[in-house]
Design a protein around this ligand. Structure first.
Ligand SMILES: [Zn+2]
Length: 139
């Protein structure tokens, strides 16, 4: 699976210009969400009806949902991440689609955080016992 930024980059190649306030304009322009959908589909979508279905699939796949995320520019919390926040960054702050993609990459849940943390803790206590060994040697 590609990262959000990689899908958006593909979408930007499919429609080279950014549009604000709407998802698509003709065959040449898309907003960040539109570029994500195009890139994810691997083609310029012309059928508007299933767009919601594809978007929901993307949101589910990247486990974006059920979080409240603050706007990195102006602060307020946006529920239902990432729907409104992506259009807000695109339409209001005029972030480029590529920048929104990079930012979305950083919002992805970090998978095996729990197990990694246990590993690190185990290492920490191991190095403590090494110090004890050193003290014994010194004595
Ligand atoms: Zn904002």
């Amino acid at each position: 699976m590609k990262k959000p930024s990689e899908y958006i980059k593909i979408g930007c190649e499919l429609r080279p210009f950014q549009v604000f306030g709407t998802m698509y304009q003709h065959s040449h322009s898309s907003c960040a969400a539109g570029a994500f959908i195009d890139g994810y589909s691997g083609e310029r979508r012309t059928d508007y009806d299933p767009l919601g279905i594809i978007w929901n699939q993307i949101v589910w796949q990247f486990q974006f949902r059920s979080r409240i995320v603050a706007c990195p520019e102006c602060g307020p919390d946006f529920p239902n991440f990432p729907d409104q926040l992506v259009s807000h960054l695109n339409d209001h702050h005029k972030w480029t689609r590529e920048r929104i993609g990079d930012w979305l990459d950083a919002q992805m849940p970090q998978d095996p955080v729990g197990s990694n943390k246990i590993q690190l803790d185990a290492t920490a206590s191991y190095s403590m016992s090494e110090e004890e060994d050193l003290e014994l040697v010194d004595a």
